[in-house]
Design a binder for this molecule. Structure first.
Ligand SMILES: NC(=O)c1ccc[n+]([C@@H]2O[C@H](COP(=O)([O-])OP(=O)(O)OC[C@H]3O[C@@H](n4cnc5c(N)ncnc54)[C@H](O)[C@@H]3O)[C@@H](O)[C@H]2O)c1
Length: 340
């Protein structure tokens, strides 16, 4: 099969590209490299350096081949930034998806997997996993932009015949177990790489926001899903699209507290993580975990790296092998083919 992956130079997208290639599929990547890395695109894989805001360039790529499906990862995804600059986020995420989806419908693409977010559910005040049936009440312009895109996909199905699967998840973490890819966000905002970098002395002591939550150890509980398991979920959702559109939560079912993440990094590395307590942040719920029962039941998805040790071990291995992230890597992606 032949697939187009938008945002394939980014963290989740690049791991999904690897999973597709491992499955014997043909893959091309569309990415403007705004937060992604050319070196994250595997050698020999065609990279279209295109901004999805450019409608004509996007349409040219979508129309350039007969795609068996499109996987859409490209987006801005920092919740805090979206609170500071809501219109930028809404424009970037919504208009880019609109351009892509319109081109998919126009060129007869039949399947699209959309990397949505569990931020659609806002910050529910609950100490149990969030089911798919929970009300969609995004608590940020970022979450709102993803909800708008899910609505566009509804109409693209109803009127344009484009079937889709929307995947809603919280924190992607870890790195390719074979060491071929890893996490390199700039700035980094995710707890696992931040904790590893604090342990390695590459940044100041970690600040632990809040220690009086009604959780087992007082720190916040979050859902960490190994990026390779997440890539597998995208592929299974793609295979599951057949005659109807779908929406799944993706989560490993095991929330981990901030203190448990620190302890796991110390266990795996054998070194102390310097950290200091800090006040709660506004709007941080005690627990955010997605209930993935439907995905498991309908697609057979089972996370292979659900335990925190596997997540930390792979993330640490990649970080130690790439202290400067992708900055020090060459450019393995097939050269050229830049539109816009
Ligand atoms: N990382 C997580 O924990 C997480 C959690 C939930 C949802 N998501 C969603 O998964 C997707 C991927 O997240 P990520 O962590 O890999 O982010 P990332 O920033 O690493 O990857 C995003 C990619 O999209 C590209 N891109 C951004 N805007 C573009 C545009 N206008 N045109 C073309 N390319 C563009 C970037 O260059 C980058 O390569 C996002 O849609 C995000 O909202 C991520």
């Amino acid at each position: 099969m032949r697939y187009l992956v938008t945002g394939g130079a980014g963290f989740v997208g690049s791991h999904t590209v690897l999973a597709l290639l491992d499955g014997g599929h043909e893959v091309e990547v569309l990415d403007n490299l705004s937060t992604g890395h050319r070196a994250a695109v595997p050698g020999g894989t065609k990279l279209h350096v295109v901004d999805l805001l450019d409608r004509d360039a996007t349409d040219a790529v979508v129309g350039s081949r007969a795609w068996d499906g499109v996987l859409h990862f490209a987006a801005l995804s920092l919740v805090g930034d979206s609170m500071r600059d809501p219109f930028h986020y809404l424009r970037q995420n919504y208009l880019t998806a609109l351009n892509l989806i319109q081109s998919c419908v126009g060129h007869g693409v039949r399947k699209l997997v959309f990397s949505s977010t569990a931020a659609l559910f806002g910050g529910p005040d609950r100490l149990e996993p969030i089911p798919e049936t929970a009300p969609l009440l995004p608590g940020s312009p970022y979450g709102e932009s993803k909800m708008l895109i899910e609505r566009v996909l509804h109409w693209a199905d109803a009127i344009g015949g484009l079937r889709s699967a929307c995947l809603r998840y919280f924190n992607a973490a870890g790195a390719d177990p074979q060491g071929r890819a890893g996490e390199d966000h700039r700035p980094e905002t995710h707890l696992v790489p931040l904790t590893i970098d604090a342990m390695l002395g590459r940044r100041p002591p970690l600040r632990l926001f809040g220690d009086d939550y009604p959780t087992r150890d007082g720190s916040c509980i979050r859902d960490y899903i190994h990026v390779t398991d997440l890539a597998d979920a995208h592929l299974r959702a793609l295979a599951q699209i057949d005659g109807r559109s779908l929406a799944y939560n993706v989560g490993n079912g095991l929330g981990y507290s901030n203190l448990e993440v620190i302890a796991a990094v110390e266990r795996v590395s054998g070194r102390k993580v310097p950290w200091e307590p800090a006040p709660r942040r506004d709007g941080d719920p005690a627990m955010l975990v997605a209930d993935a029962t439907t995905l498991r039941r309908e697609t057979g998805w089972t996370p292979a790296y659900a335990d925190l040790e596997s997540i930390v071990r792979t993330a640490l291995a990649w970080r130690e092998a790439h202290p400067e992230g992708y900055a020090a890597c060459g450019a393995p992606a097939e050269a050229g083919f830049a539109i816009g």
